[in-house]
Design a protein around this ligand. Structure first.
Ligand SMILES: [Zn+2]
Length: 188
């Protein structure tokens, strides 16, 4: 009979501690979310603002055109979309650093692989490390074969003779004529 109050007291203390821990955890999460929101609100740079309000659509038809414009204007040919935590670069030195010099420091990562897993599986565009290296070697052997190079030469020669030469001939001699080859490529 004497033990009963002590058990009850222990349960009560445990309950208080558990409640305190739960409240503390919830408060911490709430504060973290609030700070993250504040941080986002604080970032009012032109790019983030344009992204959040979609104001870029007033001047550009798609996101790629807007990014290309921003990259052209950037002295380093690199932009940082803070709210997405993304860095986009068109600087050849950065590209070489990421794709060659320190290639292993820039894996696609698990998040990327999971998102594209259903589409790309364990193919070369969705894996890192040894699996990537092996497929890269295989692809290199296939693409470097004489039959592939010969076929590529045939296709390119055909495209030049059948489409590019007639297109260039159609504007030859015209003054102040601007020919958008990229737009033509999409239309044809
Ligand atoms: Zn920003």
């Amino acid at each position: 009979m004497k033990l009963q109050p002590s058990f009850s007291s222990y349960d009560h203390s445990f309950h208080i501690c558990f409640s305190f821990a739960a409240i503390f955890s919830l408060t911490t999460v709430a504060v973290a979310i609030y700070l993250l929101k504040l941080k986002r609100r604080w970032c009012n740079c032109k790019i983030c603002h344009g992204y959040l309000t979609s104001s870029w659509t007033e001047e550009f038809q798609n996101l790629c055109d807007w990014y290309a414009y921003l990259l052209q204007k950037s002295p380093t040919k690199t932009i940082h979309i803070h709210i997405l935590n993304n860095v986009i670069t068109a600087n050849p030195e950065n590209v070489e650093y990421m794709l060659k010099t320190k290639f292993d420091n820039y894996p696609k990562g698990k998040q990327f692989s999971v998102i594209l897993g259903d589409l790309l599986g364990l193919g070369i565009f969705n894996v890192d490390g040894e699996l990537w290296r092996f497929q890269r070697k295989m692809a290199s052997l296939v693409l470097d074969s004489l039959s592939v190079r010969s076929y590529t030469f045939e296709v390119v020669a055909e495209e030049i003779n059948r489409r590019l030469v007639p297109l260039l001939s159609s504007v030859a001699g015209k003054v102040d004529c601007v020919l958008d080859l990229q737009a033509r490529a999409y239309l044809a």
